[in-house]
Each structure stands twice: as C-alpha cells, then as structure tokens.
Ligand binder design. Structure first.
Ligand code: ADP
Length: 445
C-alpha cells in the first residue's frame, strides 16, 4: 500500500476555546504516545470479550498463521517484527476477519496493538482489483491520520496493488475526481465533504468503516456529528469498527451510535501501585534549598536515571540550567515544545543519552522508561485549585516500581502548604512517606 503525503495547511490558531484546548491536549498526548512507542505495552490483565451472539464460539488466536491472512499481508506483519498477536489482537482479529463481518467496539490503552489490528482488517477486506474506495478510517487530527497511514503503508508493503489516500484539509482534489484508491484515511470534516459534497467517494461501496481514537474524537462536538453523518451514508452490511483508549460514559454513548450490534472487547490497563516504592520527603525552605538537597542526594546515591517534576515551565527551565551547571546531563521537556520535539527528547532519554529528565506534568504523562529508578517531585502535584492531585502522584511515581523493580520517590516540601499537600497524599494512599535528612543519607540505599 502506498500514498503520497499531502502538505499540511495551518488552520486559524489563536483564539481557541477551552474545548479545543482540551482536544488539542488529548490529541497531542495521543500523538506523542505514538511517536515514542516502539513496542507493545506490557499487560498482564485479561481481555474481556462481550460477544453479540453469545452462542457462537469464542475464537482467539495465538499466531498470525491461524488467521489465514493473504501471504503478502503475513509477510508485512513479520517484516514489522511482530511474532505473535498482542492480547487485544488475539480476540479482535478473528472477530474482525470473520465472515460475515462483525462489528466491534474495542477499548485498551495506547500501545496495545489496536491500530495494527484494524489496519490488518482493512487490508484483508479490500479487493485490490476494484479501483474505488472500500475502507474508510477517520482519525481526530491530521497528524494522527498520518501516523495510521504510515502503519497501513508498512503493513501493506508487500501488497502494493492496494493504494491509500489522505482525506485531510489541504489535500485538494479536482472537482469530479473519482478516487481509485481502496483505502481512505482522514479527518471527519474532509471525509464527509469527500463523500457528500464532492462525491469523490461512493459511500455505498464501503465495506469497512473505522473510527479511531473515539475518546479524542468526541472532545470536538463537530467531529461527533460529522462521524455520525458519514456512518449514516454507509450500507447496512458495512463493517463498523470503533477504537478508544478510554471508556467513559460519553465515549460509550457515542460508540453505540456509530457501531450497531457491536461485539465489545476491553482490556483493563495495568494498575499502578505504590507497594514496591519507597517514598520519602525532604524539608526545605526555598527552591534554592531544594536544589541543594537534590545535589546532596545525587552525591550520596547512585542514580541510573531520574525524572524530576516541576510545577511550572519556569521552575523546570531554571532547575535544568542549575543541574547542567553542576555537570549533569539534563533533558528538559517543556510545554512550549512541539510534540515532535518532545518525542525526540524522550527518545534520547530512553536511550540513556541524558540521565536526568526535568519536566512539567503535562509533558510527561504516558512516558514509561524502565530504567528510571528515582522520581523526584521538586514540586508536589496539585490541581488548578491547589488541591493534592493523588492520581498524578500515583502516575508519576507508580512507573518507577514496575516489572518487579523497586523504586524510589523523593518529595520536596518547602512550605506549610506543601507539607499539607504531602500529608493529604500520604493519607489518601495510606502509605507512609518517611522524612529524609539530606545531610545524612545512609538510610536510603
Ligand atoms: P495502539 O493502536 O493500541 O496504540 P499500536 O497498534 O500502535 O497500538 O501498537 C503499539 C506498538 O506495538 C507499535 O509500535 C506497533 O508496531 C507494535 N505492535 C503492534 N502489534 C504488535 C504485535 N503483535 N507484536 C509486536 N509488536 C506489535
């Protein structure tokens, strides 16, 4: 499968509503996840399957051969380095490839193999001899559509008769064009225009409709409506597939409008836990003292890699500067960076090129770096109203103690206010956070 990549045209940035900001944030997070992800996420949880027809046998496969894929596709799968189906693919693939086609709503966290699964389903269902669109895939943003497009191209590398086209803003086709490409991937607005207004696509000939990143999609009211309008133009027997990383009530309501008679597959995310983590706090009076304490800690124990969280970009920038002056190799992740820049910083950190990553909260969600042994809260996590943010605390720290390793978390406290936050966090998790004297650090090793 191949396609030329369209140029991006910038829309009107600037006066964004909160809804748009929220959506940008989710879409950026999702894109970042894709850019930094090179492997499947580890999960030990079991997949939950709710079949539309509970009497039909439940199929799951342990190998790609069992799926009887076209040889060109199997070759593509192996060329991508996949040896066996992921947890979610074990159940989703047989359902999606069944005859007659089955509808599916699938939810699992980012990195569990959803994209690869629906790409394989789309490529399996197209007839390359038919030179018209047969599969539509809608994504929330241009960048996300492009990422999925890349997977289609990789997986379809040995199936070059199948062509792909991007229905995104900026890809302007001549009026009267009849698309020859079998797979169309794009954003809901352009996709709807191509079906309805310009008639580049005949929706009645579509066999597979995929709606990806439903949770990001619904953050924009317009996208919901456009997706539903596209869906209504498709034939009844068209296979409808919907994917989401999270599954709140709103996502579920939307999913049911897009996918009639669905089979449902859910994979719970791995629980984060503080059980394997030693938590400490350090009492200081100012940010300078916090920095001194940090230096003492570095002087006393061997730290393979550490992540340091700050509340503001300004503090993060300052701290990164101070640490560099002390001779540390520091990486800085900051909110004003483009998603691609952030991905590059995270990649370098993962490769161990820098040993310390200083970041504000927004930038670091979803990063998990196995060799991070120490997390330092230079500022404790609080929400917009200044209340303790327990969820973020768990998320920051829970990642150090993964895969049976022990982690270390150090919290910097510099006021009555932050002491109060710390106490509330301690109570919430009912786990002791011990005081650490940074002039006498024998105890922590
Ligand atoms: P999701 O769509 O759930 O975020 P992806 O399909 O993008 O997940 O997969 C996450 C990562 O794992 C990608 O780098 C992808 O190439 C890889 N991957 C997907 N399926 C498999 C598999 N069966 N075996 C090995 N790697 C896989």
């Amino acid at each position: 499968a191949s396609a030329s990549t369209p140029a991006k045209t910038e829309g009107g940035e600037g006066n964004k509503t909160e809804e748009e900001d929220d959506k940008d944030d989710k879409a950026a997070q999702s894109l970042l996840n894709k850019l930094i992800r090179s492997n499947l996420v580890n999960t030990t949880n079991q997949v939950e399957v709710l079949q539309r027809d509970p009497n039909s046998p439940l199929y799951s496969v342990k190998s790609f051969e069992e799926l009887r894929l076209k040889p060109q596709l199997l070759q593509g799968v192996y060329a991508m380095g996949f040896n066996r189906p992921s947890k979610i693919q074990e159940n989703a693939l047989p359902l999606m490839l069944a005859e007659p086609p089955q509808n599916l709503i699938a939810q699992s966290q980012s990195g569990t193999g959803k994209t690869a699964a629906f790409v394989l389903a789309m490529l399996s269902h197209v007839d390359p001899n038919n030179k018209f669109p047969q599969c539509l895939c809608v994504s929330p943003t241009y960048e996300l559509a492009l990422q999925t497009g890349k997977v289609i191209e990789q997986m379809g590398k040995y199936y070059s008769e199948v062509k792909l086209v991007y229905a995104v803003r900026g890809n302007k086709l001549q009026r009267g064009t009849q698309l020859q490409e079998q797979v169309v991937i794009g954003t809901p607005g352009t996709m709807l225009d191509w079906c309805l207004k310009f008639k580049f696509i005949d929706p009645k000939k579509i066999k597979v409709f995929v709606l990806d990143e439903a949770d990001v999609m619904i953050a924009t009211q317009g996208h919901q409506d456009q997706s539903i309008r596209i869906q209504r133009m498709l034939p009844k027997q068209c296979q409808m597939l919907l994917f989401s990383a999270t599954f709140e009530e709103t996502v579920w309501n939307f999913a049911q409008r897009i996918v009639p008679d669905p089979n449902i597959i859910k994979l719970k995310r791995e629980e984060e836990t503080l059980d394997t983590i030693k938590q400490y706090y350090v009492l200081c009076n100012s940010k300078e003292e916090k920095f001194m304490a940090l230096c003492n800690i570095y002087g006393a124990i061997t730290i393979a890699q550490a992540m340091i969280f700050c509340h503001t970009r300004k503090t993060a920038g300052w701290l990164a500067g101070e640490l560099s002056r002390e001779g540390h190799q520091v990486a800085l992740l900051s909110g004003e960076m483009q998603v691609e820049q952030r991905a590059a910083v995270i990649d370098r950190f993962r490769e161990g090129k820098e040993k310390v990553l200083v970041t504000t909260n927004v930038c670091a969600r979803g990063i998990d770096v196995e060799q991070v042994s120490v997390v330092i809260n230079f500022d404790l996590p609080v929400d917009r109203d200044g209340n303790p943010d327990n969820e973020t605390y768990l998320h920051r720290i829970g990642r150090t103690g993964r895969f049976g390793k022990r982690g270390l978390a150090i919290n910097m406290v510099d006021s009555k206010f932050s002491m109060n936050v710390l106490n509330k966090i301690q109570d919430h998790f009912n786990k002791n956070i011990e005081k650490l004297d940074t002039d006498d650090l024998d105890e922590i090793e």
